[in-house]
Design a protein around this ligand. Sequence first.
Ligand code: UD1
Ligand code: CA
Length: 475
Amino acid sequence: MSSKPTTCAVILAGGQGKRMKSGLPKPMFEVLGVPMLDWVIKACEDSGIKDICVVTGFNREVIEKHLDGKYHTVFQPERLGTGHAVMMASDWLAEHKGSSVLILNGDAPFIDKETILGALWHHEKHNNAVTVITAEVDDPTGYGRILRHENGISGIVEEKDASPDQKLIREINSGAYWFCADKLLSALSEISPNNAQGEYYLTDTLFVLIGKGERADAYISSDPKTVLGANDRRGLLLLNNTARFDVIDRLMDEGVEFTCTDGVTIGRDVHIGAGTVIMQGVIMRGRVSVGEGCVIGPNCLIENCEIGRHVTLNSVQAYDSVIEDGAKIGPFVQIRPGSRICRDVKIGDFVEVKNSVIGENTAVSHLTYVGDSDVGSGVNFGCGVVTVNYDGEKKSRTVIGDNAFIGCNTNLVAPVKIGNGAYTGAGSTITKDVPDGALAVERTTARIVEGFGEKRLKGRIEKNNEKLRRDHEEN
Ligand code: UD1
Ligand code: CA
């Protein structure tokens, strides 16, 4: 019984992407908030490829820091072409003799499991030395063109080296290939930079292999999108818009309603329940889950949050937090990391919550800051309450019991505890714990000065009359 070859992948991420005009290596530019390199790595992992080698080059530190030792990397000290980049992984490839190796571009994020595994199946079935993943596109400008003859493919020609006739070919090289590792290694040693760009083209290994009588073949991707890459900022925007509408499309199939897609950007790792309505200007990034029957938007930014069912969010920014069923939040509210907004809570305009639990049915209706606090259920916050959680050196917590009533403009100077059912008087600065059911008021006694306003008003009227008289005399 012959065993199937093992698989591994080399991802080319050494290029600068000059047209981006940035210090960031091109594969680190983001599509839907995720670096393109991570999309490519995910596609490998989704396909069951565990052994991955990333070729770094331009500003390698940025990529190495991002990968954080999770993947093998090799360094390409100068950009001498895609063939040269793969040569940098020669030692690593030598350790993978007998494997099928997938080569991918770090700047083509839409390569997916179906395409990778479809091409692998084709590659192994036909015992190919190389299988290039191709696509038929309307506009092939900038891509390498696939040259075909009666029995398959005869090579790949780059745009800059192509004849006018070759430029008309619409089947293009995606930059993704399956190679037999041993054959790739030997072919790499035979390519030279004799071309318009003076580079070592990886694509030239096809001519070498075909010249030796090896089988080279193409696997045409059923979805031309999978080969799209970004060469400049316009290309990056196109990738983002493509990905954006892919997600929106999937969500509509899952029963999500979009009243308008303007400014709606929802990441790939977002799950939204059926019957939820998304309005314009909603951005969801990272790991987000939203339950059924919610109304989100307009204008929300949600990052790494778990949102329950029947939640309403209007002009809310929420990060790394949990929002439970039935909560109604907004407009103009920020929920900062570490918060849990429990069932049926109401949070109104200009409220900020940070690292706090807000218990069930509590209302925080206007102009309030709740930071580092544990708030019970059924609590009512008056307008303008501030938890004073920071003394310039350390943060302290505020604890508020169930059914407490916090008067307007109360300052709660933490650490402080307000008991169950306790009240604070409007305008109080509370520095001591308040027992259950008590009222705490901290204000000076009001002083009433009789006739003060009356006197002031009389003075103002006299001054005004004087001015009118003068103006009249002057004119
Ligand atoms: C390459 C292919 C082209 C294909 C296209 C698909 C070659 C010669 N051409 O062209 O046929 O249609 O991809 O997008 O292979 N890189 C390095 N080191 C280098 C050069 C590039 O690591 O010295 C990396 C880049 O970071 C990038 C990838 O290789 O991720 C592709 O490089 P790029 O310069 O964009 O290749 P293209 O000219 O687009
Ligand atoms: Ca490219």
